[in-house]
Design a protein around this ligand. Structure first.
Ligand SMILES: [Zn+2]
Length: 655
């Protein structure tokens, strides 16, 4: 196995992983050697006879585990975006091993004793040292032997359950797909879409990973809509049991670690800090969101002429939107061509704000032929990093959109960032890829995360780029969404893919006029999911849940948000974020960081919008800092004051 590509640093530009050389049989040996090497390095640090210093302890920990890091980064990227039966098997096997490995390090008493004795006067080092101390304490370093044994077992089981949950879900997107025999039943979908769904003489519409399937806005056959909706909310039923088990184990673990529940444990190291702070914020939103959604429901019933059901909402909302704003969502698609959206939209906004430029590197490749690689340069021509884009949906790719790092920027290793965006756009059988308005929004959003990674300018990998609290990380990506409708940017990318004509001004105006349309629904479905996450993770240790679906219903009722026509954006059985994605008791983060987002958008507008000076200020004070400073301090340095909730309420029409 001397030729295992994970054993040595990549020789490609920017240490891009050598995907062309990586084969499935390389993963397990690389994980094994990576973990063994890491443990040996950690043992050497813990057993060092010299007195502990920042360099021989904390920096040494930062330098350790290089093979493991390389392997895990590539493996989990492939497991999310281009998996296979073999990769899923490896994932099942290594996930609990990695959990055990982390516990072995963070529960090492000699190492912890040493970390506690480190001191430093350097502010960046002091911040990192504090992060390490938090990591140890939160992992249970101060517990007794028997408590730690119990903790290890809990972590093991939780790790297995999380993998099982996500693998069930991936299978369910095709196993619970809507299948129809006759294309007539798909009336309302455009012809090209219908053709792309044909399989062996039938039509198969796979499920996307949220409740409200986009096709519900188009399908004219009410019974087909009902079937699609029921398939969506009922998928992966085995996950209900897994969710109960996970919530129960998390409650027990929180108690071991000295917290009243898992939510309290999670928010303690977030910017929110306390359960009460989160609840106070959510409490301000529930009432207005429910009232807005109720008013919207009335208007939809009037439009439909009968009492609508949840599977009718999108369909009649689309009709009403057309009637009220004369806005046809499909009429916009020809103006949103994928390549142009990036070149003249997403990338161009970054060029105008930050001076960065992009050059495609067809000589560099990802793990799939559809992955594209771009080299990013600073204004003075110096190299900044690589950006990889994997835009298309595949049956072996998980749902949603996300950003991940393949190489973390750090001065410690003198490494520049290699970051990636994954989207789930349906690949057309032929011709250009035309996006929906929401997909364009997602492209800008995910690229905001990419910029946070690319602009990282820090010493240590532990705090590089997007390694900030979860309730802060969405903020820079949300801010980047503002450029989507910025006139100069919109004019540049929203052009007809055949004629090059700009999107007609009246379409743009209608788009803006309709911005607040259906916001009650959107806010409510999000809040319902948030409060569901919250309820699962406020379970008391020892509290039993007999029936997950009854628990779900009771939780929404208790939060004052049970509204049959607007189900949560995710139900328990497919709530990937919280049962497999690291967002447990953290789904509130999106609206929490929107407070900072709305404040920042206001700042840009007050200061002349899309200008280099504004981009530089945001980059310097915020994007470049990663997690190397207190995130709220960098927000204050950027905004010049504390954040308030008013801009958010105003933007959502909730005042
Ligand atoms: Zn995001």
């Amino acid at each position: 196995m001397a030729d295992n590509p994970f054993f040595a640093p990549s020789s490609l530009p920017y240490r891009l992983p050598p995907f062309a050389e990586i084969r499935e049989e390389h993963y397990l040996p690389a994980f094994e050697r990576g973990m063994a090497e890491h443990l040996a390095e950690v043992a050497a640090i813990a057993g060092d006879e010299d007195p502990p210093t920042f360099d021989n302890t904390i920096a040494a920990l930062e330098r350790s585990g290089r093979i493991l890091r390389r392997t895990a980064t590539v493996f989990f990227s492939v497991a999310a975006s281009n998996t296979s039966d073999a990769v899923m098997e490896i994932e099942k096997r290594v996930s609990p091993e990695l959990t055990r490995h982390n516990d072995a390090i963070l529960l090492d008493r000699a190492l912890w004793a040493r970390v506690k004795r480190v001191t430093t006067d350097d502010p960046e080092q002091a911040w990192l040292l504090e992060k390490y101390r938090e990591d140890f304490v939160r992992a249970g370093a101060d517990l007794t032997e028997p408590e730690q044994d119990r903790l290890r077992r809990l972590n093991q089981e939780l790790s297995k359950l999380a993998t099982e949950f996500s693998q069930n879900l991936l299978r369910a997107s095709t196993e619970s797909a809507l299948v129809v025999e006759d294309a007539k039943e798909l009336d309302g979908l455009d012809e090209a879409t219908v053709r792309s769904l044909e399989k062996d003489g039938r039509y198969v519409l796979p499920l996307l990973n949220f409740t409200n399937q986009p096709a519900l806005a188009q399908l004219t056959d009410r019974d087909v809509r009902r079937r699609l909706f029921e398939l969506s909310v009922g998928r992966a039923p085995a996950n209900f049991g897994l969710a109960v088990r996970m919530a129960t184990l998390r409650a027990e673990r929180a108690a071991l670690l000295g917290f009243p529940n898992h939510a309290a444990y999670v928010v303690a190291d977030q910017t929110a800090k306390t359960v009460e702070a989160v609840e106070e914020m959510l409490g301000q939103l529930v009432g207005p969101a429910v009232r807005n959604a109720e008013a919207e429901a009335e208007a939809l019933a009037e439009q439909a002429g009968f009492a609508i059901e949840p599977w009718d909402w999108s369909f009649y909302a689309e009709k009403l939107r057309r009637a009220r704003y004369d806005l046809d969502a499909d009429a916009m698609r020809p103006y949103f061509e994928l390549d142009r959206v990036y070149r003249d939209g997403v990338f161009k906004a970054a060029t105008l704000l930050y001076g960065v430029t992009f050059t495609e590197r067809p000589d560099l490749t990802g793990y799939h032929a559809d992955v594209r690689v771009f080299e990013v340069f600073d204004e003075d021509g110096s190299a900044l990093g690589l950006f990889l884009l994997d835009p298309y949906a595949r049956a072996n790719k998980r749902g949603g959109a996300w950003m991940n790092n393949l190489v973390d920027q750090s001065f410690l290793f003198d490494e520049k960032p290699v970051v990636m965006n994954n989207l789930n756009i349906t690949k057309p059988a032929a011709g250009p890829t035309l996006l929906s308005y929401d997909e364009v929004n997602t492209a800008f959003h995910e690229f905001g995360h990419a910029l946070h990674g690319l602009f990282s300018h820090v010493r240590f990998p532990r705090v590089s780029g997007t390694k900030v609290p979860r309730d802060f990380v969405e903020y820079p990506s949300q801010v980047n969404e503002m450029w989507l409708t910025w006139p100069e940017i919109l004019e540049s990318y929203a052009r007809h893919h055949e004629t090059g004509e700009p999107m007609p001004a009246e379409l743009v105006e209608k788009l803006k006029a309709a911005e607040r349309f259906n916001q009650g629904f959107k806010t409510l479905e999000y809040l319902a999911a948030t409060l569901l996450d919250w309820a699962w993770h406020k379970l008391q240790p020892g509290e039993e849940v007999a029936d997950a679906e009854a628990f779900e219903k009771a939780a929404l009722e208790a939060a004052g948000i049970a509204f049959a026509l607007v189900p949560p954006r995710y139900r328990t059985n497919y709530f990937m974020h919280i049962f497999s994605g690291g967002y447990s008791a953290g789904y509130y983060s999106y609206i929490w960081s929107e407070v900072l987002d709305a404040e920042s958008v206001e700042w840009f507008k007050e200061n002349g919008g899309l200008k280099r000076a504004n981009g530089d200020h945001f980059r310097r004070e915020l994007l470049s800092r990663g997690g190397s400073v207190d995130p709220l301090a960098s927000f204050r340095a950027f905004r010049g004051r504390e954040a308030g909730i008013r801009p958010l309420l105003e933007r959502r029409g909730l005042l």
